[in-house]
Design a protein around this ligand. Structure first.
Ligand code: PLP
Length: 404
């Protein structure tokens, strides 16, 4: 994705032409970016040869899942719906792990019947429930047990998951208790230790700490796990400064860890695979000025992209056509929804913009459409996939009749 002669292109397509053809707001994805991200991720961790399970909650579009499958990844799912979508996309059941703090009986039964690689469990009650269902189905079920390593991921508190006050995983004491309890089970085999300390992590130190916690625990436990699932959480650069995760340092600490504990590694990346693959095209509906502010009212809103309202997350907004004029007015980019938090960004210096201009909300591939809603009875946007000069509609824009 780039400007060519001041016009923004996704691969071979100008976004202006896409907005005219498919209307706005519009989710657009670049196949090339997806492929590059997956290839880079694989290359980075090549010496570890991990199983890479794409975190489906970050983007659950079945067409994208099909492409992700073709590029060799498995799936990390957190609901029956996501498991269904992943299987529908052709993802191999031996490459699917099912995570989540509260899987229902229906979900567990479905996962067991589909013979997926692992159900990652997060409580004693759930392990016992899985055992009960496994017994009923007369199967030996492989599970993972999620440890809460009490590690601060140094990310937004709303997306931190690895501290003892968070609901995720079990503490060490419970972990050891469950392992000992299940040693004799005929229906459950604990094959994997899993962790996931949070999302949008840009510092490798929390990962190092987490591995340190695992190392200590494994030495105490004297129990052999075939698999260590390290979760996802690798951050991306939303602000175009130079902050990025030092993958090399993370890799080095994993290699060191594996010298002591020989095991298969699973990663569950979401954002780092799909975040910068997507953008939203949006139109300026109105410009409005009051005493202290200049509002740019867009046709995209918090129902289409809730991250700014939910996490105070920042997504850059850039023009589809650069005009090199500069205004010093303070602009506030907002959506049309009746909520004060329906606001995206404040900019102190920006080019002059007019009503009906097409704008681009950047890096919305992860936790964009998948977190969207019909609030205000607004229909969900269409999604398109661009491959070179080819464009495919991968989800139709909803119709009002579909949602009332
Ligand atoms: C959300 C989640 C992920 C993916 O996180 P990213 O930050 O998108 O990489 C991986 N594993 C689990 C268990 C999750 O809940």
């Amino acid at each position: 994705m780039q400007y060519i002669n001041n016009k923004f292109y996704i691969e071979k397509k100008s976004v202006k032409s896409l907005a005219e053809k498919f209307n706005t707001p519009l989710y657009c994805y670049s196949f090339k970016n997806l492929k590059t991200n997956i290839q880079n991720f694989k290359k980075t961790f090549k010496s570890i040869s991990p199983l890479i399970c794409f975190s489906v909650k970050s983007n659950s579009n079945v067409y994208l899942l099909k492409e992700i499958k073709k590029l060799g990844l498995g799936a990390d799912v957190v609901s029956k719906g996501e498991l269904f979508a992943s299987l529908k996309a052709g993802i191999n059941k031996n490459k699917i792990v099912f995570s989540g703090v509260g899987k229902t009986e229906e979900e567990i039964e479905y996962a067991i019947r589909k013979n997926i690689l692992l159900i990652n469990s997060e409580s004693l009650s759930e392990v016992l429930k899985i055992e009960e269902i496994a017994k009923k189905e007369n199967k030996l079920v492989n599970i993972g047990l999620r440890l809460n390593p009490d590690t601060d991921a140094k990310t937004l508190k709303q997306i931190s998951t690895g501290k003892s006050e968070n609901k995720f995983g079990v503490d060490e004491k419970t972990f050891i208790k469950i392992i000992n309890l299940m040693k004799k089970s005929k229906f459950i085999r604990i094959k994997c230790l899993s962790v996931h300390i949070g999302s949008q992590i840009l510092n490798h130190k929390p990962y190092e700490k987490m591995l340190g916690v695992l190392d200590k625990l494994l030495k105490r436990l004297k129990y052999k796990f075939d698999i260590i699932d390290l979760g996802g959480g690798m951050g991306i650069n939303y602000e175009k400064n130079n902050r990025k995760l030092n993958y090399n340092e993370y890799k080095k600490s994993i290699i060191k860890f594996r010298r002591k504990h020989n095991c298969k590694i699973i990663f569950e990346p979401g954002r780092s695979i799909i975040g910068n693959v997507g953008i939203i095209l949006t139109k300026v509906i109105y410009l409005k000025h009051n005493k202290s502010k200049n509002f740019v009212i867009l046709d995209v809103a918090m129902n289409d992209l809730i991250r700014p309202a939910l996490y105070n997350a920042k997504h850059r907004i850039i023009p589809s056509i650069k005009n090199n004029s500069m205004s010093k007015k303070v602009l506030e980019f907002v959506g049309p929804i009746c909520e004060t938090t329906d606001k995206f960004l404040t900019e102190k210096k920006y080019q002059n913009i007019k009503e009906n201009d097409i704008m681009i909300v950047c890096d919305t591939g992860a936790y964009g459409f998948s977190l969207s809603s019909n609030y205000n009875l607004r229909v969900k946007p269409a999604e398109i996939l661009i491959k070179g000069n080819k464009v495919q509609i991968i989800r139709k824009r909803q119709k009002i009749v579909d949602i009332i």
